[in-house]
Ligand binder design. Structure first.
Ligand code: NAP
Length: 373
């Protein structure tokens, strides 16, 4: 297992375990037996960075992870969890949740503590409520060892946050498709320049880069017939030296084994492989249906259609041809928010900065996703 260093000399495994995607029972609860075996396997093969969060698995991830880790020496692993700013309205909420997290995890301290899924609004809220001062106090007393944040907003907000403080680390979504999304390449370069170690989430784009259309997958398979498609995405992220941990949210033992294999024998991408990935990324991006950037200028739709949400699903279907994933996402959307409910009033079109013909595109979605009833 490749090992890299965090700000205060912590030697962390390059592959980290993301505890957001454990296998589930029929009732949606964590399939604890299998998930524990997966964690044990990863730890036995050198994974020492475990990332969970307050809301994962409806609050069950932290206590489960705490129970599993109890059998290991506390100094043998690094535990990361997050303060859900989106659930916090007062400073007392933050204090209560942190204390609850220590209890759930059954630990005295947290090695890597993050403000969770930060954006412009939650950043303003954290500053206004005095949450940052509270977290500084926790650091002072040793209850948290490193303070960082995970991020989901535009680069400008990311830069503002990075420039505001001397962070110990930060966590962004980064993969070979999302180089210009959220913090992206610019965010990576900024942190590299400022020597802020980075933890990466969604390296396989939540599974989207594990299954590619056949013609695209073929290009990668031809080059490395024995390697999984996911391994290319993981190796691409690993080729960035300021990335210190790559979190993979593994949901099966097979994925754990495959990813351990990738990191046990990690080979840097050579120049030819980098070019191949660029070609593959372009092929995927070319299959994007429209240029919706989810700026939400078109919202709210007077009839309740989730315009950016629908276009995201449509674009992803066009890229990855994954019918099951597409059906799952549409099923999770409220009926009235779906593309087939558009009343064609056209209010949205004058507001779209990308000048998207929204009504025509929603109509086209009906044809492309005819398999969805
Ligand atoms: N702080 C935040 O705001 C935030 C947000 C997102 C994630 N995170 C953290 O970051 C972690 C990583 O993000 P992520 O879970 O989106 O990571 P990811 O690795 O991009 O996606 C995980 C999914 O990729 C697929 N996968 C992974 N390895 C595979 C393999 N070898 N073969 C085939 N498929 C494979 C699986 O999809 P299937 O399950 O569909 O098979 C798995 O559930 C999360 O688990 C969580 O801990 C944090």
């Amino acid at each position: 297992m490749d090992v890299r260093e965090m700000k205060h000399g912590e030697k962390v495994s390059l592959l980290g375990f993301g505890c957001m995607r454990f296998p589930l029972n029929m009732d949606g609860s964590i399939c604890e037996c299998e998930a524990e075996a997966m964690l044990d396997k990863a730890i036995a093969h050198g994974v020492n960075y475990i990332d969970t969060a307050y809301p994962y698995h409806n609050g069950d991830s932290e206590p489960f992870v705490g129970r599993v880790l109890k059998k290991y020496d506390r100094s043998s692993f690094y535990l990361a969890t997050k303060l859900p700013m989106f659930k916090i309205e007062t400073l007392d909420d933050a204090k209560r949740i942190f204390e609850e997290q220590l209890q759930r995890l059954d630990v005295d301290n947290v090695d890597f503590y993050l403000l969770h899924a930060m954006n412009k609004d939650t950043w303003e809220k954290a500053k206004a409520l005095g949450v940052l001062e509270y977290l500084d106090d926790l650091k002072e007393t040793g209850k948290i060892r490193n303070l960082g944040f995970s991020f989901h907003d535009e680069y400008e907000v990311f830069k503002e946050m990075i420039d505001a403080r001397d962070w110990d680390f930060c966590q962004i979504q980064y993969n070979y498709i999302d180089r210009n999304v959220q913090a992206g390449d610019q965010g990576y370069a900024l942190c590299a320049k400022k020597q802020i170690p980075m933890v990466i989430m969604e390296p396989v784009k939540g599974g989207n880069l594990a299954v590619l259309p056949e013609d695209i997958a073929e290009i990668l398979k031809k080059k490395r017939p024995n390697d999984s498609i996911s391994s290319w995405a993981l190796r691409w992220v690993a080729s960035h030296s300021n990335v210190r941990v790559i979190l993979s949210g593994m949901s099966t033992m097979q994925q754990v084994e495959d990813n351990l294999h990738t990191f046990d024998q990690l080979e840097q991408l050579n120049e030819e492989e980098e070019q191949l990935i660029e070609k593959v990324a372009n092929m995927i991006l070319e299959r994007t249906k429209n240029g919706c950037t989810a700026c939400k200028y078109c919202m709210p739709c007077p009839f309740g259609i989730d315009i950016p949400g629908n276009f995201k699903i449509w674009n992803e279907y066009a890229k990855y041809s994954n019918k099951d994933a597409t059906k799952k996402k549409l099923d999770a959307m409220a009926r009235e928010a779906r593309f087939d409910q558009c009343k064609k009033c056209g209010r949205c079109e004058g507001l779209c900065p990308q000048h998207i013909a929204i009504r025509d595109d929603l109509e086209q979605m009906k044809k492309d996703l005819a398999f969805f009833k």
